[in-house]
Design a protein around this ligand. Structure first.
Ligand code: GP9
Ligand code: MN
Length: 631
């Protein structure tokens, strides 16, 4: 071996160190990664290293010119991936996944949100790349230029493999079963690093593609047993109470439950909803169960009573699957089914997915009169959207099942002065402050809409279902939320903040608040039962919200769950009455298995496209819906 010249440094070392340090700085400044002890901090610090050594190490096999070019290009590419994560995180408080990357068709529609999320100072994220480019161009003397021997290369890769194993081993001691429990991307990034996390995510992606190919329907037996053992009889006097009525379901964008019956600057945030609750069923312990698919995930839950996926949006990744969704079932029961949303029809792959779900008609952008004056932020203002939609409802064959998606209350919560019925909050955090006037605006839009339904004679014949799609204020704003709520946003409070309003108005029924612990997964059986449609043979994970023997239990998509007395999140069992970790940490134990099974079974159905093996006409067949031969 030639003698090592310590006064010179190789470009590989420089590129690695620059990116390594940058990644660590980005971890600390751009992501909110919770560190509990020095060991976790150490793991976080070393976790980018093995990957970077590997990638830059490949250049050892190249000649100088190619090597420099390779180092520069990979450095840029890696920086870009890191930066993309930073931007994604600003909005979604989450890390990118492969399926999300393929949703780029959405990016063009993100418009104002992306602008809000990019700053000039973001150029700093590429500072090390500029340094590297200058070094390559001007070749200062301290840069070592040499060819590497076979032994050199071997040593190099052995060292990087050793570092990778050291990292993984350390992470396993800190976090057992790290790679088998993958709901929580933050924990993965914290332990194996953002780059290895992406590799791992790619592996998951190929695994899920293989799953469909290999599925044969035999997995359905267990799932079918589980689902039917958990089936809850509907309440006699509610079953069929709205038979033959129209259904108007409105997904209220980013509407969280904490705004209900609450004030800001002394003014009611949702005056109309607060009144409407008085004459409707109001569920105040109802949770959203969405993940990266946001609104589309909530639509998926509503229509299928299956969980969305923990990564990517099922609307994108599995729109070709076989489903037994509410529109299809209602279509078979004499209903006309429509979904109304004033955005581009391909946004979130809706046009394709709606077809799979069995909708007769999608009223999208082209069905509305959209001008600059009646638009804000993401598109047509809610007041105009709902008002124009009434005409569509009037034109539809009756009875109809219709789903609406409001939009104005979407990050960054933009609103013209003329539409601000209340003033922003004053924490100094724009997102939190501006949230209230846009929520108030949506409330006004629904008020007008209900009035119009009354004027046009649709109100008395329609069940109106209003529900929040997902959170509007992410954990990035805990400080301002702590100020608003007057209580610190602990993981317990944060989980409670995942409650969204659910209001079901049934003509002729009086108002009642129901506090059963529930989630969006329960909407499908509830709606079908109100319309008098039996769901006994359906594959669904929810249960009728009116059922007398409902279990007080709901699972969130990150694996957290809520029971009558406890909240389980971030591996801690909280006592609901105190909001503190429960004295008996085993109190959540009996539900853990159930929470895990539900999510896994639901995932299996989606990844394996298992409903294609299920007798679709289960509402007419005699026994179990399972096809005899599992074709
Ligand atoms: C836009 C609607 C809202 O069409 O899906 O976006 P989201 O809440 O999913 O980000
Ligand atoms: Mn949404």
């Amino acid at each position: 071996m030639r003698k090592f010249n310590w006064s010179k440094i190789s470009l590989i070392a420089i590129a690695t160190v620059l990116l390594w340090l940058k990644t660590y700085i980005v971890y600390k400044t751009s992501f909110d990664i919770k560190i509990e002890n020095w060991k976790q901090e150490f793991i976080l610090f070393i976790n980018p290293l093995s990957f970077l050594l590997f990638i830059f190490g490949i250049s050892l096999f190249m000649k100088e010119k190619n090597r420099n070019r390779y180092i520069l290009i990979s450095s840029f590419f890696i920086s870009f991936v890191l930066f993309a994560n930073v931007v994604f995180y600003r909005f979604f408080n989450d890390f990118l996944t492969v399926p999300v990357l393929f949703q780029t068709s959405n990016m063009s529609d993100l418009g104002s949100s992306v602008n809000e999320l990019l700053y000039v100072s973001d150029l700093l994220y590429f500072a090390d790349f500029v340094i590297l480019a200058l070094l390559i161009k001007f070749k200062p003397k301290f840069i070592m230029v040499k060819e590497y021997s076979k032994v050199n290369r071997r040593v190099f890769f052995l060292v990087s493999i050793a570092i990778a194993f050291f990292n993984l081993g350390l992470a396993e001691t800190e976090r057992p079963q790290l790679l088998t429990r993958t709901f929580d991307r933050e924990i993965l990034v914290k332990n194996i690093g953002t780059y290895n996390y992406h590799l791992y995510d790619m592996f998951l992606q190929s695994k899920s593609s293989a799953q469909r190919a290999l599925a044969d329907g035999s997995e359905l037996v267990d799932i079918d047993n589980y689902v039917h053992a958990n089936y809850k009889e509907p309440k006699d006097d509610m079953f069929g109470i709205a038979k033959g009525k129209n259904v108007i379901a409105i997904s209220m964008e980013s509407m969280q439950n904490f705004v209900i019956n609450e004030t800001v600057n002394g003014e009611e945030i949702t005056p109309f909803l607060n009144d409407f609750i008085g004459e409707s069923y109001y569920f105040d312990n109802f949770y959203h169960q969405t993940a990266q698919g946001k609104t589309s995930d909530s639509e998926f839950l509503l229509d299928n009573s299956l969980y969305p996926l923990s990564r990517g949006a099922v609307f994108f990744t599995h729109s070709g699957n076989e489903f037994t969704a509410t529109p299809e079932i209602l279509g078979n029961n004499g209903y006309y089914t429509a979904t109304l949303h004033a955005n581009n029809k391909s946004f979130w792959n809706r046009d394709i997915m709606y077809d799979s779900l069995g909708y007769d008609r999608f009223y999208s952008m082209i069905d509305y009169d959209i001008r600059e004056e009646n638009s804000v932020g993401w598109g047509l203002k809610d007041i105009d959207f709902l008002e124009q939609s009434v005409q569509h409802l009037k034109d539809m064959p009756k009875p109809f099942y219709s789903k609406f998606i409001t939009l104005t209350n979407h990050h960054p919560f933009e609103l013209g002065e003329e539409d601000k019925f209340i003033q922003p909050y004053t924490s100094g955090n724009n997102t939190v402050d501006n949230y209230f006037p846009t929520v108030r605006y949506t409330d006004e839009a629904i008020k007008n809409f209900v009035q119009k339904l009354k004027d046009d004679g649709l109100y008395e014949d329609s069940v109106i279902i209003l529900y929040g799609d997902h959170y509007g204020i992410s954990e990035n704003h805990n400080k301002a939320m702590t100020e608003f709520l007057g209580t610190e946003v602990t993981p317990f409070v944060s989980t409670q903040l995942q409650r969204v309003p659910l209001i079901i108005h049934i003509p002729g029924q009086e108002g009642k608040t129901i506090s059963t612990v529930s989630g969006q997964i329960d909407l499908k059986p509830t709606i079908l039962h109100l319309l008098g449609i039996d769901t006994k043979k359906d594959i669904q994970f929810g249960a009728d919200l009116f059922s007398a023997d409902r279990m007080e239990f709901t699972v969130l998509r990150d694996g957290s769950f809520i029971t009558k007395d406890h909240v389980y999140t971030r591996e801690t069992c909280y006592d609901k009455s105190t909001g503190e970790p429960a004295a008996d940490q085993n109190a959540c134990e009996p539900y853990m298995e159930k929470a895990k099974n539900e999510l896994e079974y639901s995932d299996k159905i989606i990844y394996g496209d298992l409903l294609r093996f299920y007798e679709n006409e289960n509402y007419r067949s005699e026994d179990s819906g399972l096809k005899e031969n599992n074709e």
